[in-house]
Design a protein around this ligand. Structure first.
Ligand SMILES: *[C@@H]1O[C@H](CO)[C@@H](O)[C@H](O)[C@H]1NC(C)=O
Ligand SMILES: *[C@@H]1O[C@H](CO)[C@@H](O)[C@H](O)[C@H]1NC(C)=O
Length: 352
């Protein structure tokens, strides 16, 4: 079965990839993903407690709509690899993943197995639609995750799900602008689904289930960059077919709390942009982006350490905040205008 799957994956790769930058190696994905057999698909649907939508994709799609589908497939394949590895770690009671209480152990696995299969269907739906529109499906990469216990894995899941919940807002807006009506509706159903997952991740962390009245928004380009943080460089067979920007890296070094404070950040600055003024711009909830001046503290090669105010008190900045080092101080009207002027980002802050 395994060898057959690999052969199928490789032959479909050969069909789609004109010039792969590196050999794809073996996939980390379960259940024959990204190209399950009919039997494997049936099993995925059983595990997902539901099916792929059985109506056909719409006859036409906008060009931005294609980019939406590519980003969704790229993200969902990464999530499939993550949840599969998390389930394996818990099942094998790997150190750090041994949930003491047997009932909690079983409940967590039940929930995660459904989440895994649901993410598999999201990935398949996006890639099937790409194929339908004669665009190459997105192929999986090799992934690595900066976590080594259950708690940090759930915190990471909550973080990337927060980014997804913001990014799918951008997806819906782009579908709306491109008149991709049917796809907009389907994504709305997925946003609710991801929100249900997020409520559980939050409860597991001892937080209240619902994060904010209006969830923080994002931009496709921020998600595209963030996901690449979990990808082994050079391992994505056709990432170059996704026409989105990859920003320089930004790390938030100070764990930000529910109070106004100066935070330390570190970002990559290969072109010496920090010789000029730079700003740290924050996207939180559905509010206008907040812009704060950056004070450079030190420079080491292309790495810059700097400080900026995190103005929590004046803005009730709970939940996800997306931070970006921007080359202007705006004023910015929305997340995509921030992305347009971003040098480094996204830095992710979650308060409460
Ligand atoms: C699974 O456990 C290994 C070993 O601790 C760790 O390196 C990896 O990041 C874990 N993966 C997930 C998704 O938790
Ligand atoms: C942040 O740093 C600036 C400059 O050093 C200082 O004026 C300001 O009071 C600090 N703000 C907070 C909240 O600590």
């Amino acid at each position: 079965m395994r060898i057959l799957d690999l052969a199928v994956a490789l032959s479909s790769l050969a069909a789609f990839v004109v010039a792969a930058p590196t050999s794809p190696g073996k996939t980390q994905l379960p259940d024959g993903m990204p190209s399950p057999s009919p039997d494997q698909l049936k099993l995925i649907e059983q595990n997902a407690h539901g099916t792929l939508p059985n109506g056909p994709p719409p006859p036409v799609i906008s060009s931005d709509g294609i980019v939406n589908l590519q980003l969704i497939a790229f993200n969902e394949l990464f999530e499939v690899a993550f949840f599969n590895e998390l389930i394996t770690n818990i099942t094998n009671k790997v150190e750090g993943y041994d949930i003491d209480d047997e009932e909690d152990h079983v409940k967590a696995l039940d929930a995660l197995k459904a989440i895994l299969a649901q993410e598999e269907l999201h990935a398949l739906r996006a890639n099937d639609a790409l194929e339908h529109f004669k665009v190459n499906p997105i192929q999986p990469c090799q992934y690595k995750f900066p976590v080594d216990d259950f708690e940090s894995a759930i915190a990471l899941a909550a973080t990337f799900t927060d980014v997804v919940l913001g990014t799918l807002q951008d997806v819906v807006e782009r579908f709306a602008l491109g008149r991709d009506v049917d796809l907009a509706r389907e994504i709305a159903s997925v946003i609710g689904q991801e929100g249900e997952q997020q409520g559980w991740f939050r409860v597991l962390q001892g937080k209240i289930p619902s994060e904010l009245p209006f969830l923080t928004t994002s931009d496709l380009n921020f998600a595209f960059t963030a996901i690449q943080g979990f990808v082994v460089p050079g391992s994505c067979p056709n990432i170059n077919e996704i026409p989105l920007r990859t920003f320089e890296g930004l790390e938030i070094l100070t764990p930000a709390g529910p109070l106004s404070q100066n935070i330390t950040i570190q970002f990559e600055d290969p072109n010496n942009e920090a010789e000029h003024l730079l700003w740290l711009t924050y996207i939180n909830q559905q509010n206008l982006p907040i812009v704060e001046p950056i004070r450079v503290v030190s420079r080491n090669g292309k790495e810059v350490k700097a400080e900026a105010l995190f103005p929590f008190d004046d803005n009730e900045m709970n939940g996800l905040t997306i931070a970006a080092v921007t080359k202007t101080d705006g004023p910015f009207s929305d997340a995509s205008s921030v992305a347009k002027w971003t040098l480094a980002g996204p830095g992710l802050i979650i308060v409460n």
